[in-house]
Design a protein around this ligand. Structure first.
Ligand SMILES: CC(C)(COP(=O)(O)OP(=O)(O)OC[C@H]1O[C@@H](n2cnc3c(N)ncnc32)[C@H](O)[C@@H]1OP(=O)(O)O)[C@@H](O)C(=O)NCCC(=O)NCCS
Length: 336
């Protein structure tokens, strides 16, 4: 069997289609409890780098047939010594060396750029959660990566959330703060506050042993994310809490409704400014967003979220909402 790895021309639709079709089929096997994401969404991941990074795509062909794909993310502003690697191989072609060949090709480029740290992410089962085969973790271990952090995936059926009870429990503690709701883009008047909260994420949310620099508060980061998001389809539902005294947004959360299937969404970032913690704003802001989603997108029924296992506070909020264990997402790190 001849195995060849080549770069994907990201402007070439058929080649990108081959790469994203492999990602979709691999995803169905590796995270069977999650929906298969749309081709459009995968394409957007390939083609839309975030601010200050490059993305390179690759295909592995066995006897001319595309059996695996790789994505290399190269940050050029912060974390310039680091690269993120993704490798996906079609389930029926695994354990024949395609994964290793892609990995060697990608890490060759990483070394050529003088970078010394490679990060990769895999999925595994969690106790009490649905079965996941965990092939990626076995692969990462075999290739000398070490576990840097574990995020606990959790799943929720929106109908099961006791919104009224949770809101009435939180409200007595949130005097002096007012909920603000919107869908889509962050209003211009609030984008600096949101950029500040977004920039705190890496500082505040435990990331285990991952060595990454914090993001600087920068509205252009938010706008670039939104531009990328428009390309993916889907809808962003935001809720924030405004400090009535200063007019600033001090708590923020976001739910991302998938373009396909629309019954699924990701519970994304939730963050409370440290100076405003202790007022149940984390719970309040999430509940307000659930109320917004119920009103505007009743077809959205299932949420999935990820939290560092070390983030006991957010895990407690999620447990109160009714989230149950799904799979684990492991971040791996290797120095070259
Ligand atoms: C991880 C993945 C890319 C491996 O692809 P692959 O083509 O099967 O990998 P290889 O055949 O090159 O395997 C290389 C070595 O990894 C280890 N390995 C890979 N899969 C394994 C598994 N399921 N169980 C145990 N060891 C495994 C073995 O040591 C293997 O060498 P060997 O077959 O000679 O024993 C593939 O399973 C996949 O697409 N998983 C989902 C995505 C993912 O998690 N990617 C990894 C993070 S970037």
């Amino acid at each position: 069997m001849s195995l060849r790895v080549t770069a994907v021309d990201l402007a070439d639709d058929p080649e990108c289609g081959e790469a994203t079709a492999i990602m979709r089929l691999a995803g169905r096997t590796d995270t069977p409890d999650l929906p298969v994401l749309s081709q459009r969404r995968y394409l957007s991941r390939l083609r839309n780098p975030q601010v200050g990074e490059r993305r390179l795509g690759f295909l592995a062909r066995a006897d001319g047939v595309a059996v695996g794909t790789g994505l290399l993310v190269l940050p050029d502003e912060r974390n310039r010594d680091t690269a993120m690697i993704e490798v996906h191989v079609l389930p029926e072609h695994r354990r024949r060396g395609a994964g290793r060949a892609l990995h060697e090709h990608l890490t060759g480029i990483v070394r050529g750029e003088g970078r010394t740290t490679v990060l990769a992410t895999t999925s595994e089962s969690l106790p009490g959660g649905p079965a996941r085969p965990g092939h990626g973790s076995a692969f990462a271990e075999a290739l000398g990566y070490r576990r840097a952090s574990t995020a606990h995936g959790q799943a929720l059926d929106l109908d099961d959330v006791p919104v009224e009870r949770l809101l009435s429990q939180a409200t007595p503690h949130t005097a002096g703060y007012s909920p603000v709701l919107w869908t889509g883009e962050v209003p211009e008047a609030d984008v600096e506050d949101i950029a500040y909260l977004n920039g705190r994420l890496l500082l505040d949310a435990p990331t285990g042993e991952l060595e990454l620099e914090a993001e600087k508060p920068d509205p252009s980061v938010i706008r670039a994310y939104e531009r990328g998001y428009r390309d993916k389809g889907g809808t962003l539902f935001h809720a924030a809490m405004r400090d009535d005294a200063t007019g600033r947004l001090v708590a923020w959360t976001m739910i991302e409704q998938l373009d396909e299937p629309v019954s699924w969404g990701w519970q994304q970032i939730t963050l409370v400014d440290p100076a405003h913690r202790g007022h149940r704003l984390g719970m309040a802001v999430k509940i307000h967003n659930h109320l917004q989603v119920r009103a505007k997108a009743p077809e959205l029924r299932h949420l999935h979220t990820w939290n560092s296992a070390a983030n006991t506070h957010m895990m407690a909020i999620n447990a109160a909402l009714g989230f149950r264990p799904a799979g684990a997402t492991i971040d791996w790190q290797r120095r070259f």
